[in-house]
Design a protein around this ligand. Structure first.
Ligand SMILES: Nc1nc2c(ncn2[C@@H]2O[C@H](COP(=O)(O)OP(=O)(O)OP(=O)(O)O)[C@@H](O)[C@H]2O)c(=O)[nH]1
Ligand SMILES: [Mg+2]
Length: 392
C-alpha cells in the first residue's frame, strides 16, 4: 500500500465497425385476388373485395375516376391484414359505376377496377310465355270485315333495325329463321331498303311496310312527304322511293282515292337504343314532323326501341332483366324526350340478328310490343269505320 493509486484513464470505446442498417423495402404490391363485377338489387348492400400480397400498402378508392367521397353510414373502406374491401350500404342508382382500388407502397403500386350495376325494381312486367300471345294473335279477327289486313309502317333512321323487326316477327310466326327481308350491316351509313316493301306475316292478317331509313339530308334517305303520302294510302306496294322527288298526284303510281285498305293503321317509329344519344337533330326533327302529321290523321303511334342488347350489359346477358336496367330506363326516357312520346308508348325490343336458334325471351318481348300495335291499329279502324258510318 502507500503508493499513489493510479486513476483510471478514460478510454473511449474503440469504434466497432457497424455496417449501415439496410433500408426496409416492402414487397412490390400485387393483387392475390381481384375485385369482381357486382350486380345488386336496389336497396341491398354490396361489397367489393380483394386480397393483396402484403399488408404494407396504403389503399385508395375511386369511383368513375374521382376519389371516392365516403359518406358516413353509406360507405365503409376496410383494410384488415391483406384483405381490402369497400362496403356500400343500401345501394341506390347513384352507386352504379366503375370502382377502382389502388394499392401503393414505396416499392410501387397496382390498381384494379370493377363495375357495380344496380338493378332497379322491375317497373314493367312482361309475360315470359310466348304461346298464349301467339295463339291470341293467330285467332285475332279484324273488327272491320271490309279491311283485309292491318297495315303497319315502320320508319326511323338508317340502320335502326326496321327490316330486322320484320324478320323477327316473321321468324316468330313462321317458325323458322327468316332472313329474306334484307338487313344492312352496321357499317353502312346509307339506307339498304329503298322500296315501299310489303311483308305479310305467316297466315295472320298483318302486314308491314318497311321503308328506306331517314337521313339528315332532305335529298338522302326517304323523303318525309313520301312517308306522309304512304300513311294516307297514296303509295302502292313496291314503289321505289326517289329521295329527291316525293310522289304526288302527277305520278302514275299515285293512288288517288285510297280506301281504309290502302291506308296505314299504325305508325311504328324505330329507334336504336345504343345510338339514340348520337342521333342527328335533323333526323329527330324529321321523325317529329312525321309523327305530327300522323297525329293530325289520328293514326296510333308507338316506338319500338331496338338493339337493347347493345345498349346495356345486364340486358345483353339476360333479356328478362330489361325492366330492371337503369340504362334501358334512361334510354327510354331519352327517347321519350327527343320524340315527344309518352313512356307507355315505348317498347324496348331485341331483334334476331346473330342467333340461329329460337329465343323464347326475345320472342316474348316482341310479341308484347306486337300485340299492342295490333290492338292500336284495330282501334284506329273502329274509330274510322264509325266515322264513315256517321257520314253515311
Ligand atoms: N345487336 C343487335 N343488332 C341488331 C338489332 N336489330 C338490328 N340489328 C342489326 O342492326 C343493323 C341494321 O339493321 P336493319 O334491320 O338493316 O336496319 P334498317 O332500319 O332496316 O336499316 P335501313 O333499311 O338501311 O334504313 C343490322 O346489322 C342488324 O343485324 C338488335 O336488336 N340487336
Ligand atoms: Mg331496312
Amino acid at each position: 500500500m502507500g503508493g499513489e493509486e493510479s486513476k483510471p484513464v478514460y478510454r473511449p470505446p474503440s469504434p466497432v465497425y457497424r455496417p449501415p442498417s439496410p433500408v426496409y423495402r416492402p414487397p412490390s404490391p400485387e393483387f392475390v385476388t381481384v375485385l369482381a363485377d357486382k350486380q345488386v338489387k336496389e336497396g341491398e348492400d354490396v361489397t367489393l373485395r380483394c386480397e393483396t400480397n402484403t399488408r404494407d400498402v396504403t389503399v385508395t378508392w375511386k369511383k368513375k375516376d374521382q376519389k371516392l367521397c365516403c359518406v358516413e353510414g353509406k360507405h365503409r373502406t376496410v383494410k384488415s391484414d391483406t384483405t381490402i374491401y369497400l362496403e356500400i350500404k343500401k345501394a341506390d342508382l347513384g352507386d352504379e359505376g366503375n370502382y377502382t382500388v389502388t394499392i401503393q407502397n414505396s416499392s410501387g403500386s397496382a390498381s384494379f377496377s370493377a363495375m357495380i350495376i344496380v338493378e332497379i325494381n322491375e317497373w314493367r312486367t312482361v309475360q315470359w310465355k310466348p304461346d298464349p300471345m301467339i295463339s291470341a294473335l293467330k285467332a285475332f279477327k279484324i273488327s272491320n270485315p271490309d279491311v283485309r289486313e292491318l297495315r303497319f309502317l315502320l320508319h326511323g333512321p338508317v340502320g335502326a333495325g326496321k327490316s330486322s323487326i320484320v324478320n323477327t316477327i316473321k321468324t316468330i310466326f313462321e317458325g323458322h329463321q327468316f332472313i329474306n327481308c334484307l338487313t344492312a350491316t352496321d357499317v353502312t351509313g346509307e339506307s339498304f331498303t329503298t322500296k315501299f316493301e310489303k311483308y305479310n306475316v305467316g297466315n295472320v292478317p298483318f302486314t308491314f311496310y318497311d321503308v328506306m331509313g331517314l337521313e339528315k339530308d332532305q335529298l338522302k334517305g326517304v323523303h318525309t312527304d313520301d312517308i306522309i303520302s304512304a300513311f294516307k294510302g297514296h303509295v302502292p306496294s313496291n314503289y321505289e322511293f326517289k329521295p329527291h322527288d316525293p310522289i304526288d298526284e302527277d305520278n302514275k303510281h299515285y293512288i288517288l282515292n285510297p280506301t281504309l285498305n290502302d291506308k296505314i293503321h299504325c305508325l311504328v317509329s324505330v329507334i336504336p337504343a345504343d345510338k339514340i344519344s348520337r342521333m342527328d337533330d335533323e333526323v329527330i326533327q324529321k321523325m317529329r314532323n312525321i309523327r305530327a302529321e300522323g297525329s293530325k290523321l289520328g293514326i296510333p303511334q308507338v316506338v319500338f326501341m331496338t338493339r337493347v342488347d347493345k345498349a346495356c350489359t345486364i340486358t345483353e346477358r339476360d333479356l328478362t332483366k330489361l325492366y330492371k336496367s337503369k340504362k334501358i330506363k334512361e334510354k327510354m326516357t331519352e327517347c321519350s324526350n327527343k320524340l315527344g312520346v309518352t313512356m307507355n308508348c315505348i317498347f324496348p325490343v331485341k331483334n334476331y340478328h346473330e342467333e340461329t336458334k329460337p329465343n323464347e325471351q326475345l320472342n316474348c318481348l316482341m310479341l308484347e310490343a306486337f300485340t299492342q300495335i295490333v290492338h292500336s291499329a284495330d282501334d284506329f279502324l273502329k274509330r274510322n269505320s264509325n266515322q264513315q258510318k256517321t257520314v253515311e
